[in-house]
Design a protein around this ligand. Structure first.
Ligand code: FE2
Length: 223
């Protein structure tokens, strides 16, 4: 995978989003999350001795199906998987399995309407998980997804806060516990606190939309 190819895919989705009425100035919500996740995944991969290229692009494209999710009423993980499976199976896989930490999947009924409109999407994910044992790249993208929001690199608590404010619902408690477990896994794997990598990551030119993303988020929280 190379940057131009990945960026073209992202810009194609942006065009689709703008054509469907989204305002250019709110694109940062998506942009900052995926580019932030990519940076943090690369930093963790480097500290863990994993393939940084695979980590970066898996995290960068993990939500590539998100834009079409609302139009197609399908689970974005499956859309992303289908978009990328012929190009790069590793990255397609990251799209499919990034949403549920440790691939802990509850029943279709449990997730109905929150994540899945269609049972066939749930079945595809469940079958895939059964036949593809979890690997460290799956876990890494699940972790990175929880450490970047629309404003920058954040703690799990900040990510959950923002999620709750934007969607009006708290994520399930079991998911939150799994996020802490994920962080513990990577803290051990790299021999230090994952959060300590944040100040090594240069986010200059990564985040767009607000000159001081964290300040903006804090202001919103106070308000
Ligand atoms: Fe995400």
């Amino acid at each position: 995978m190379n940057f131009n190819y990945a960026n073209e895919l992202i810009l194609r989705e942006k065009k689709l989003e703008l054509a469907n009425g989204r305002k250019e100035e709110t694109w940062y919500l998506f942009h900052n999350h995926i580019f932030g996740a990519a940076e943090v995944a690369r930093a963790i991969a480097e500290a863990a001795g994993m393939d940084t290229n695979r980590a970066y692009f898996s995290a960068l494209l993990h939500d590539i199906g998100k834009i079409r999710e609302g139009f197609d009423r399908r689970f974005h993980g499956v859309i992303g998987y289908e978009m990328l499976k012929d190009e790069n199976e590793d990255i397609a896989r990251a799209c499919l399995v990034h949403t549920f930490p440790f691939n802990r999947l509850e029943s279709f009924e449990h997730y109905r309407k929150i994540f899945f409109d269609k049972k066939e999407d749930y079945d595809l994910l469940a079958d895939y998980i059964r036949s593809h044992p979890l690997n460290d790249y799956d876990l890494l993208v699940q972790m990175a997804d929880g450490l970047a929001n629309a404003y920058g690199l954040v703690t799990i608590e900040e990510r959950v806060d923002e999620y709750a404010r934007r969607h009006g619902i708290e994520p399930p408690q079991s998911m939150l516990c799994s996020m802490y477990e994920l962080k513990d896994y990577f803290d051990r794997k790299i021999g230090r606190d994952v959060y300590s990598l944040f100040n090594r990551i240069s986010t200059k030119d990564v985040f767009i939309g607000y000159p001081a993303p964290q300040a903006k988020m804090q202001k919103e929280r106070i308000a």
